[in-house]
Design a protein around this ligand. Structure first.
Ligand SMILES: Nc1ncnc2c1ncn2[C@@H]1O[C@H](COP(=O)(O)OP(=O)(O)OP(=O)(O)O)[C@@H](O)[C@H]1O
Length: 265
C-alpha cells in the first residue's frame, strides 16, 4: 500500500462570481499536495465551507483548476471519466429506472452485453444486501437503501477510484452507523482506493486508513493522521481509548484551524 494511485500536485481552485459590473474571484483550494495510496481508504475532514466538495468535484474532472494538477495512475486528469466513480450525499439514481436498471446503467454506457450486465448487477445487489429489491424503483426504497443502491451503481463499473462526498449525511444517526459498518464490509470485499469526505470525525476515524484534515478556506492540508486501528472494524471500536484519542486529535486540529466546523456523529 505504498504507491500513489491518485496524486494532487499543488492543486489550486478558485470560483469567479460576476454581476453586471464586477467579477470577484475567490480562492477555495490553495496549493494542495496529497497522495492517495493504492487500495487506501482516505477520509477528508475540515471546517464547513473550507473547500472539500470543491476538491472532490475537481478530482471528478468537473471543475477547471486555477493551478496544479491531479494524476491518476501517473496520468493527468483532464476531464470527467469512468475511471472515477462518485457517490454523493443525495443518491444519484434515475427515478424511472429500477434499482437493477440503475446499477446496469454505467455498464450500458460501457457497452457490456445484457447477459454480463445482469450478472454484474445481481452480484453487486447481493453484495450491498439489496438482491430482493432489484425490481423496485428508487422512490420505493428508504434513504439507507437508496445509498446502498447508489454504492452498487458506483461499484458496478469497477472504476480505479471511488469518490464519496458525505454519502451518509442525509441518514438518521442509527442508519448512518449501520451504513458505516456496511461500507467497510463491502470495501473489504472489493478493496478499492477510496476518498471519502465527511463532517463526522467519528465516521472518518472509523472508516479511514488516514484522515486528512483541511484548514479553513482556502483549503490546505493541515495534517494527515494515520489510523492504525485493526481491521475488520465493528462499532465497538468507537468505545476504545485509541479511537477516542484519535477523535480528540482531529477535533483539536479543527478547533484551532477554523471556527465553524459542524459536528455530526
Ligand atoms: N459554484 C460555486 N460558485 C461560487 N462559489 C462556490 C461555488 N461552490 C462553492 N462555492 C464556495 O466555495 C467555498 C467552498 O465550498 P465547498 O462546498 O467546496 O466547501 P465544503 O468544505 O465542502 O463545505 P461543507 O463542509 O459545508 O459541505 C464556499 O465558500 C462556497 O460558498
Amino acid at each position: 500500500m505504498s504507491t500513489a494511485k491518485l496524486s494532487a500536485v499543488d492543486v489550486q481552485i478558485a470560483y469567479t462570481t460576476r454581476d453586471r459590473r464586477t467579477a470577484r474571484t475567490t480562492r477555495v483550494v490553495d496549493g494542495i499536495d496529497l497522495d492517495v495510496r493504492e487500495g487506501e481508504f482516505l477520509c477528508i475532514v475540515g471546517p464547513s465551507g473550507c473547500g472539500k466538495t470543491t476538491f472532490m468535484t475537481a478530482i471528478s474532472g468537473m471543475l477547471p483548476l486555477a493551478g496544479g494538477w491531479f494524476e491518476l495512475d501517473g496520468a493527468r486528469i483532464t476531464g470527467p471519466g469512468m475511471d472515477r466513480a462518485t457517490v454523493f450525499q443525495s443518491a444519484q439514481l434515475l427515478p424511472w429506472r429500477t434499482i437493477a436498471g440503475n446499477v446496469m446503467y454505467g455498464l450500458e454506457v460501457l457497452g457490456w452485453s445484457k447477459q454480463r450486465r445482469v450478472a454484474r448487477a445481481d452480484e453487486l445487489l447481493e453484495l450491498v444486501g439489496l438482491a430482493e429489491f432489484a425490481a423496485y424503483y428508487p422512490h420505493q426504497l428508504s434513504g439507507g437503501m437508496k445509498q446502498r443502491a447508489n454504492l452498487a451503481r458506483a461499484l458496478a463499473v469497477d472504476s480505479e477510484i471511488l469518490l464519496m462526498d458525505e454519502p451518509f449525511a442525509a441518514l438518521d444517526a442509527q442508519t448512518r452507523e449501520l451504513m458505516q459498518v456496511e461500507l467497510l464490509r463491502i470495501w473489504a470485499h472489493q478493496t478499492k482506493t477510496s476518498v471519502f469526505v465527511t463532517h463526522s470525525i467519528s465516521e472518518a476515524v472509523f472508516l479511514a486508513d488516514r484522515v486528512v484534515v483541511f484548514g479553513p478556506r482556502p483549503a490546505k492540508v493541515r495534517e494527515i493522521i494515520p489510523v492504525d486501528l485493526p481491521r475488520p472494524r465493528d462499532l465497538s471500536v468507537k468505545h476504545t481509548l485509541e479511537f477516542q484519542q484519535l477523535e480528540q486529535r482531529v477535533w483539536k486540529l479543527i478547533e484551532t484551524g477554523g471556527n465553524d466546523f459542524a459536528a455530526a456523529g
